[in-house]
Design a protein around this ligand. Structure first.
Ligand code: Q46
Ligand code: ZN
Ligand code: ZN
Length: 313
């Protein structure tokens, strides 16, 4: 298999782009593709500080690497969830983030918040004591992560005088993640979610701007990038992700892709362009008014206290 650019030995065949590339040209293509996505959707500029949500997994570490290579002011944000489940999941994932900094970008800033250290309970403990999610920690976990990321994005890193926060939160969601959610939302005809599924979510009423620079890249491409660049990451998924519906849809979509290369990309990009050109219009569900929580000041639609603050009641 020969590289489409230089005729050298190709290491990856991207059938949806009819492109085979050698290691060097693949890295170049991958970085350019990310930059084009950032510019196309006007995600941020080099004057902006960007907070990259890092989990120790490949997508978020690769994203951080690419943003730093492109010269963006990208700082990492790791949230220690306190998940062990016999495999030391959280400890290992923090270790991967630290190793990434040491080996690849020694001057990069990694901010960390440890949930148990700061609030007294880990995510699994909190899931047991609260009513949310019926014993499965994902609902509580999502809520806590969103709250902490939003706080740091808007107020800056704790204890740092003069830190005025970040222009955006960047996450490593790739095309496989987005298309799995799209399929789920389409099958359940969740028009409110479809109206809002986008590479950029604008800031509103105390909710930080969110961007996804990898929406045009397949998961196998982020994995290939990590391998070629020698970025080590945690291979285990969070133990609570097993059997999730998103994983089920990803498998279905991969089967579709096998028979029809480019199907995933086409489904997602056609959806975005149809919606942007208003060829399809999804009525946005009336969004409830947001007001600041009495305790933490973050936006909420609920009563005096936001859902995060009520967790600890
Ligand atoms: S929500 Fe659930 Fe994830 Fe939290 S408990 Fe693990 S699987 S990490 S994306
Ligand atoms: Zn080449
Ligand atoms: Zn609150």
């Amino acid at each position: 298999m020969k590289c489409s650019k230089c005729g050298g030995l190709a290491v990856i065949n991207m059938r949806q782009h009819r492109l085979r590339l050698c290691a060097e040209h693949f890295l170049e293509w991958f970085v350019n593709m990310t930059e084009r996505t950032i510019q196309k959707y006007e995600m941020f500029t080099s004057d902006d500080r960007v907070l990259v949500a890092v989990s120790g997994g490949k997508d978020s570490l690769v994203l951080w690497d690419v943003l730093l290579q492109l010269g963006y002011q990208a700082e990492g944000m790791y949230i220690g969830l306190g998940i062990d489940e016999g495999i030391g999941y959280s400890d290992k994932s923090l270790e991967m983030c630290r190793r990434f900094v040491t080996h690849h970008h020694p001057s990069a800033e990694l901010h960390t918040v440890d949930v148990q250290g700061e609030f007294g309970q880990s995510i699994p403990m909190l899931a047991r004591t609260s009513q949310r999610g019926r014993g499965k920690p994902c609902a509580v976990c999502g809520l806590v992560k969103r709250h902490i990321m939003n706080r740091v994005a808007l107020q800056g890193a704790a204890g740092r005088a003069g830190d005025s926060g970040f222009a955006a939160i960047a996450t490593g969601h790739n095309l496989d993640d987005e298309v799995a959610v799209l399929m789920q939302n389409t099958l359940h005809w969740q028009t409110g979610y479809l109206a809002r599924q986008a590479p950029v979510l604008e800031e509103r009423d105390g909710l930080a701007r969110k961007v996804k620079p990898f929406v045009r890249l397949y998961e196998r491409e982020t994995a290939a990038y990590a391998l070629i660049r020698g970025i080590d990451y945690i291979y285990d998924e969070c133990p609570f992700a097993k059997g999730s519906t998103t994983n089920f849809y990803k498998e279905l979509l991969n089967q579709l892709e096998l028979n029809s290369p480019g199907a995933k990309q086409q489904f997602y990009l056609e959806f975005l362009s149809a919606r942007n050109a208003e060829r399809v219009v999804f009525a946005e569900v009336e969004r409830a008014e947001l007001h600041p929580c009495m305790r933490c000041g973050q936006p909420t639609t609920a009563g005096d206290l936001c859902a995060f603050c009520r967790l600890w009641e």
